[in-house]
Design a protein around this ligand. Structure first.
Ligand SMILES: Nc1ncnc2c1ncn2[C@@H]1O[C@H](COP(=O)(O)OP(=O)(O)O)[C@@H](O)[C@H]1O
Ligand SMILES: [Mg+2]
Length: 364
């Protein structure tokens, strides 16, 4: 078989820009070079596309070490320098399309995980890894995800959707409606952000308005949700029409909940793979992950996150991530590895699934 060319796309216009570069670096190291030639494509924070020495230069930076260093802003400075040096170059989309056989999307968050880049690549006619336009968009919006899950018979936390414009028009009315409907604590969260940004655990009426103010500033849609007291269990799913679910893994937060600091600053959460669960619950949570994957019309991969409620053992969907963290210490690759599929095989399968998918069906 002749070698195929993979366009490895990373960076992007999201807050998870640097995390995406770290994921891309990990993926670049796992692509089978006997089968694939890799071309790096870097999307800078402003949305400009770069190839050649700029994109390889970004991949060659040790962003993870720069972020951990005494001056984390030096990571941003090094990226800016590479982008400035490339300012005169024009990214040629036709050449990019012609020389690529498949795109590996190592992007996270807005513009990477929400259907937008997927739509762009569909328009170019280039196969890409992971979920399609509709499933990506559904998974990005936590309110819409819940509608699909409930339709498939998977439980979710009771929630109320608030539009930020509606809240701005009459904050008191929204607060009264929340107080009348829920008992404390509740979670307030932007519908379409990640990394726990803008999320608050609200313990009483006094904390409600500041939490809604914050979330409504960040997103046009916000969820107020019953707080679930339970364990946080995740499952990795891989496949197109016949997906497989990994062994479940558990996140044990180091703070009151799995917040931004816990994820990226203090690294205080503990990961336990496989999660210690009774056999029946482990099987049921894997089955629920596959149900959610299918209900949203996902393809390629997703990490499906649940709560197992204390006392009742009820399996409750929290959210689904269509491009989860993708380094060798991220939950998705670790849960797949614990299920017998190593990191390089995951990467290989995702590329094959991308190529297979476009030849059979249009992605949702
Ligand atoms: N309804 C809830 N009940 C209990 N904990 C929650 C709830 N919603 C969110 N959390 C906590 O907040 C964290 C982040 O929320 P999540 O909805 O997963 O957003 P993100 O997309 O930012 O990861 C979760 O991992 C969990 O610790
Ligand atoms: Mg989450």
């Amino acid at each position: 078989m002749s070698q195929r060319t993979v366009a490895l796309i990373f960076g992007g216009r999201s807050d998870e820009h640097e995390i995406s570069i770290i994921s891309a670096k990990a993926v670049a190291g796992q692509i089978d070079r006997a089968k694939y030639t890799v071309t790096a494509v870097y999307i800078d924070r402003a949305g400009r596309w770069h190839g050649g020495s700029c994109s390889t230069g970004v991949l060659d930076l040790d962003i993870a070490a720069l972020l951990r260093s005494d001056s984390p802003e030096s990571a941003g400075k090094r990226l800016d320098d590479l982008v400035s040096a490339d300012a005169d170059q024009r990214f040629d989309f036709n050449a990019f399309r012609q020389k690529s056989d498949v795109a590996f999307l190592a992007l996270h968050g807005s513009y990477g995980e929400d259907g937008k880049i997927q739509g762009c690549l569909e328009t170019l006619g280039l196969p890409y890894t992971g979920c399609g336009v509709t499933s990506s968009a559904l998974a990005m919006d936590k309110a819409l995800t819940k509608l699909c899950a409930v339709d498939a018979g998977v439980a979710v936390a009771d929630s109320m959707t608030v539009l930020s414009t509606e809240y701005a028009g009459n904050p008191g009315k929204i607060c009264d409606a929340v107080i009348a409907r829920f008992s404390w604590p509740v979670f307030v969260k932007p519908a379409s952000l990640g990394s726990s940004v803008g999320i608050s655990k609200v313990h009483d009426a006094a904390e409600l308005q500041p939490a809604l103010d914050k979330a409504c500033r960040l997103d046009s849609k916000v969820l107020v949700e019953t707080a679930i007291s339970g364990r946080e269990i995740e499952v990795a799913v891989l496949g197109n029409n016949d997906p497989v679910a990994s062994v479940p893994g558990e996140i044990i937060p180091g703070s009151e909940f799995y917040d931004f600091e816990d994820k990226y600053i203090r690294n205080s959460a503990r990961l336990c793979i496989p999660a210690e669960l009774p056999e029946g619950i482990s099987e049921a949570v894997r089955e629920s992950a596959l149900k959610v994957f299918r209900a949203l019309g996902c393809s390629g991969m997703s990490r499906v996150d649940f709560f197992i409620e204390n006392g009742t053992n009820r399996i409750i969907l929290n959210e689904i991530n269509t491009i989860p963290g993708f380094t060798d210490i991220s939950m998705y690759p670790m849960m797949m590895a614990a299920s017998g599929v190593g990191f390089s095989e995951v990467v290989d399968r995702l590329l094959l699934l991308a190529l297979e998918n476009t030849s059979i069906i249009h992605k949702m």
